[in-house]
Design a binder for this molecule. Structure first.
Ligand SMILES: [Cu+2]
Length: 247
């Protein structure tokens, strides 16, 4: 499908860069030998005292506020009870052979519920569909503040049809905000391959089906930034790596 486009660019002699989607489409399709694939796992730890998160003032919009029994707190830093950090995007940043990975047919979803984005940190593959819902009785305005991908800012009324978007370039991570409710904020990490995860309430991550190799693993937190480490995954192996953030 991309070949005619590439030909056009070549024949036209233009200096415009070839779109990334065409470059990746020309790469060999990724193939993982399941008999030698392994698992990379670990934890994202947090040392020191967890910073107190401010309560969100939703009084400017009672339809948002009345959906919560108690005031919501900002989700910028969530330290779990086992001293691990939630909402950290972890992925294979480098080391995989150059290949095109087909995104899953199933869409990733981003919901707006109680005037809060859910999830707060979302991992998605290049080209994978992102389904955006508005479960609220109020108008939202979804603003994807990408820098590598094209940014967009679109309103989404209550009970509107779901939005479908996709991102064609790897970008780890960018914020998604709402132009109506300044407290609303989530983050999206776009990966060119399926080896990424987001830490949850136990602070662990697990990347399964990874081909053997030597990799740079990167952790990204919205406030505390990036950390990376190297490891080697033996054939059918299990490799672990922990990351430690602190206040
Ligand atoms: Cu909103």
């Amino acid at each position: 499908m991309a070949a005619p486009l590439l030909l056009l660019v070549a024949c036209g002699g233009t200096t415009q860069p070839v779109p990334k989607t065409d470059i990746t489409a020309s790469l060999p399709e990724a193939h993982v030998d399941e008999s030698t694939a392994g698992t990379i796992s670990g934890r994202v730890l947090f040392t020191g005292d967890a910073p107190r998160m401010p309560e969100i003032d939703m009084s400017s919009n009672p339809q948002c506020e009345r959906q919560h029994k108690s005031p919501q707190k900002a989700e910028t830093v969530i330290v779990n009870s086992n001293k691990t950090l939630r909402n950290v995007f972890v992925w294979v940043e480098d080391g995989l052979p150059k290949a095109h990975w087909t995104p899953p047919a199933q869409a990733a979803t981003l919901d707006q519920k109680g005037c809060v984005y859910e999830p707060h940190m979302l991992g998605i593959m290049e080209g994978q569909q992102l389904e955006i819902l508005n479960s609220d009785p109020v108008n939202h305005n979804v603003h994807a503040e990408c820098k590598v991908n094209a940014a967009w800012n679109e309103s989404q009324p209550p009970r509107a049809e779901h939005k479908y978007k996709h991102f064609d370039e790897s970008e780890v991570v960018f914020p998604v905000t709402c132009s109506v409710h300044p407290w609303m904020r989530s983050y999206i990490g776009v990966s060119p391959h399926p080896f990424f995860a987001v830490t949850g309430d136990d602070g662990t991550f697990s990347l399964k089906g990874v081909p053997p190799g030597t990799y740079t693993i990167e952790a990204v937190h919205e406030k505390f930034g990036k950390k990376e480490g190297k490891l080697t995954l033996a054939p059918s192996g299990m490799a672990t790596i922990d990351f430690t953030y602190g206040s």
